[in-house]
Design a protein. Structure first.
Length: 144
């Protein structure tokens, strides 16, 4: 078996079309039981989309601890804009440990400013995988 054959999957045309239609929305929430292919289908769509994207994979720890979640969030933004030094500074600033949500807000402000200057106008996609593991009420409230 060739390496490419290991990752071949039947395209889910209806799902890909639905995500295409929804992709202009600010938020898409894909919900299904474990093993239904949410992450895999999202990866297939991202490959088709071809635009800038970052992936945050949550685990139980990052779903409970605001600082860990915020760090992953800012690192995902930094992966999209590695030349944006303000993003990196928001992670290393001494206030991050005390106010990680404020650091995320500052990072988003920097990201959007930089995005408007440098990007070609295409939407950037940020995937938060396993969001159901986010059990911290303050984090859930701020995600909106």
């Amino acid at each position: 078996m060739k390496k490419d054959e290991l990752f071949t999957a039947a395209p889910r045309a209806e799902l890909m079309e639905l995500i295409d239609k929804l992709s202009e929305k600010r938020l898409i929430y894909i919900h299904a039981p474990a093993g239904y292919g949410k992450s895999f289908s999202t990866r297939l769509w991202l490959e088709r989309y071809g635009g800038a994207h970052a992936w945050i994979a949550l685990n139980e720890s990052s779903g409970r601890k605001p600082a860990e979640f915020c760090k992953r969030f800012i690192l995902a933004l930094f992966a999209l804009q590695p030349q944006n030094t303000q993003l990196k500074q928001s992670l290393t600033h001494e206030s991050f440990a005390v106010t990680p949500f404020m650091a995320v807000q500052q990072a988003l402000d920097s990201f959007y400013t930089y995005h408007n200057i440098e990007q070609n106008g295409r939407n950037t996609v940020l995937v938060i995988d396993d969001i159901h593991l986010c059990t911290n009420a303050a984090m859930l409230k701020r995600l909106s």
